[in-house]
Design a protein around this ligand. Structure first.
Ligand code: HEC
Length: 168
């Protein structure tokens, strides 16, 4: 009998402590979670806070043959159809749509990079990862797996760019 009372009070104490702890943790809420989750998530990109693939830089034109270009507002249907074919032949193995793969998903890339930067990355990826800081960080984020230079002409790269404009 005495044991069962002892046991019951022990149980109550454990429950009480348990409840109090629960309240305390949920009371501190998000800040606790964020503090513990952030350093782990950012560990692969120690140089700056945001992973390179999510950084927005519409000013840099990168390093390579394309130094300036204007994109007309309207899409060019011929160019777009060609670009989609090239993309499906040459890019889709590493760049899936809407999903990270061997390389980053290229959806919305024109909201993160200038057209020149994209053209240079498409045509001269090895030069870009050597000389362009953002491309270099990207390579690091993707564990040093480099993007292949497939010897694309400027016209081919331009057609692919037209297709990339449609991937939101
Ligand atoms: C062999 C795999 C592979 C192929 C094929 C490939 N890429 Fe990539 N790409 C990558 C990787 C990996 C990265 C990330 C940076 C790095 O490692 O060089 C990347 C990065 C990029 C970026 C920069 C993305 C960002 O978020 O800034 C662009 C633009 C790009 N690729 C375009 C293309 C286009 C266009 C094609 C097709 C002509 C293509 N890539 C083919 C692997 C590939």
């Amino acid at each position: 009998m005495r044991y069962s009372i002892l046991f019951a009070s022990l149980l109550l104490t454990v429950l009480a402590v348990g409840c109090r702890e629960k309240v305390e943790t949920s009371g501190e809420g998000f800040s606790v979670n964020r503090r513990s989750a952030k350093p782990a998530a950012e560990a692969p990109a120690p140089l700056t806070g945001t992973p390179a693939s999510q950084r927005v830089d519409l000013v840099s034109k990168g390093v390579g043959p394309v130094t300036s270009m204007e994109l007309p507002d309207a899409l060019n249907a011929d160019l777009l159809a060609k670009g989609e074919r090239y993309y499906n032949r040459l890019c889709v193995a590493c760049h899936r749509i809407g999903k990270k793969s061997i390389g980053p998903a290229l959806n919305g890339i024109l909201a993160r990079r200038s057209p020149e930067w994209i053209m240079n990355m498409t045509m001269k990826p090895e030069e870009m990862v050597k000389k362009d800081p953002l491309a270099r960080d990207l390579l690091q984020e993707y564990d040093g797996s480099p993007m292949a230079n497939q010897g694309l002409s400027r016209d081919q790269a331009r057609a692919i760019l037209e297709y990339l404009r449609t991937l939101k």
